[in-house]
Ligand binder design. Structure first.
Ligand code: URP
Ligand code: ZN
Ligand code: ZN
Length: 472
């Protein structure tokens, strides 16, 4: 079996920092310690940090929306992720409008055949009846152990509280984890109708019609429903101070509730949506205020928030003008679809490759979180919560050799020219980064070296996830 020795690095795990060598054999980590292995390729990692590959628990690749599709697919999105140090992503399968989950599972498995990094799936539950309820346990057999529900997008994706409760109860019975998108769909619908009637069409009205307190009320309601269903629950893309307060209340009062936030909610505010190019920042839930940014940082620092996802759901800002991607011109309809009507702007932002470098600079270099907390937030906690640990998210012998050799001194002027997302803009344009992946390995294979890509279409493998995973 092919061996590779990474010597003289500093291993960073969620709990330890150790100066150590690390041996890869085939697809696995086989040893750590002071290692002398004859006849082996050696990488000198002096001055570098060795971390488990990132696990992004929240991405939308090749997702149809508003008559277009998110502009990264499982190949391009995985490639962009890898350049930022992420080697596994969890994508969401849309429940079909009629019939069995199986129809969509097959569709998404087929889309993902081209995946360039490892991947798993969550299942959206956006329609409920007795047949749906009966089919839920069959998902576990296929390694899909998480069910996402929405408290917004009335008439399209939302489940009412009774049905959320029913799904949560079923999830608890089979060791699955419900995930909830928290906004108040009823209030949003009223405000959107009023805004359009008053002739408000610009991007900022997206945020103005989705109040922060609606996200707060939905987090609290979700927590209370989970408690009544005796189920754990995971709040996706937490974006507000008031929501975080409810997370803390729930956790302090015995609700098995976990929360994820996403980098844009730490940096951007409603004011960004007021810019002429404000559509770039449109996603749901929306950007909020500086007070919310600050509060979410405290949630990361004190452990109230356990994971950093991206909710990567990119669209072109101007999908009428092609960009060059792998030597070819490509344009995919995007944010311009909502020119003159904010309700028609595809919801979502790019971020899959930004996540680790941006969090390293703004979190670790700034001293807000430790390198170990960084690994916990970007890899290990998600691996544990989503049933992939210790195969993913760890540097233990026996784990998959998904490894990032991180250069903590590398300085990068970040932006669309560096990030590898298949879109025409980057939210962090002009940000000065310190610390960047130098080498990235997926199950022992080198896929990224500095700005060079060695990965291949189809080399990503589907990851079956275990039920009854950790509750952090
Ligand atoms: O705007 C967003 N976040 N688009 C993706 C769908 C979702 O709710 O996560
Ligand atoms: Zn959502
Ligand atoms: Zn999402």
């Amino acid at each position: 079996m092919k061996k590779l020795l990474i010597k003289n690095g500093t291993l960073i795990t969620a709990s330890e920092t150790i100066k150590s060598d690390l041996l890869i054999e085939g697809e696995k980590i086989s040893a750590i310690g002071d290692l002398h292995v004859p006849d082996t390729g050696v990488i000198d990692a002096s001055g570098k940090l060795i971390m488990p590959g990132g696990l992004d628990p929240h991405v939308h690749l090749d997702l149809p929306m508003f008559g277009t599709v998110s502009s990264d697919d499982h190949y391009t999105g995985g490639k962009a992720a890898a350049f930022g140090g992420t080697t596994t992503v969890l994508d969401f399968i849309a429940q079909p409008d009629t019939g069995s989950f199986q129809i969509s599972i097959e569709e998404w498995m087929q889309k993902a055949e081209k995946a360039s990094i490892d991947y798993g799936f969550h299942m959206n539950v956006t329609r409920m009846d007795e047949n749906v309820l009966k089919e839920i346990p069959s998902l576990v057999d296929q390694g899909i152990t998480t069910l996402k529900m929405f408290t917004a997008y009335n008439g399209r994706l939302r489940l009412d509280d009774g049905n959320i409760f029913r799904v949560m109860r079923a999830a608890a019975e089979f060791g699955m984890l419900p995930m909830v998108h928290c906004e108040n769909g009823d209030v949003i619908d009223i405000l959107v109708e009023e805004a359009l009637q008053a002739g408000h069409t610009t991007p900022v009205w997206h945020a103005r019609t989705r109040p922060a307190w609606g996200a707060g009320d939905a987090v609290l309601r979700t927590a209370m429903l989970a408690k009544q269903a005796d189920a754990p629950v995971y709040i996706v893309h937490l974006n507000t101070r008031v929501g975080l307060d409810q997370v803390r209340y729930a956790r302090e009062n015995g609700v098995k509730l976990m929360a994820e936030t996403c980098p844009p909610y730490l940096f951007f505010t409603e004011e960004h949506l007021e810019r002429p190019d404000g559509a770039k920042w449109i996603c749901s839930p929306p950007m909020r205020s500086e007070e919310d940014n600050r509060a979410l940082w405290t949630g990361l620092e004190d452990g109230s928030i356990q994971t950093m996802g991206t909710d990567h759901c990119p669209f072109f800002f101007d999908g009428t003008t092609p960009i060059e991607y792998e030597g070819e011109k490509i344009a995919i309809p995007g944010k311009e679809l909502g020119k003159g009507d904010f309700t028609k702007i595809p919801n979502g932002t790019p971020g899959i490759g930004d996540r680790m470098p941006v969090l390293w600079t703004s979190g670790v270099v700034s001293g807000r979180i430790t390198p170990n907390e960084f690994v916990a937030l970007t890899s290990t906690n998600a691996a544990r919560i989503f049933g992939l640990y210790p195969r993913k998210g760890s540097l233990m012998p026996g784990a998959d050799a998904d490894i990032v050799v991180w250069d903590p001194n590398k300085k990068v002027d970040y932006g669309v020219a560096v990030a590898q997302h298949r879109t025409d803009y980057n939210l962090y344009e002009g940000m000065k980064l310190q610390g960047f992946p130098e080498l990235v390995f997926l199950r022992g294979k080198l896929i990224v070296e500095k700005q060079q890509w060695f990965g291949k279409r189809g080399m990503g493998q589907y990851q079956k996830r275990a039920p009854r995973a950790a509750i952090l």
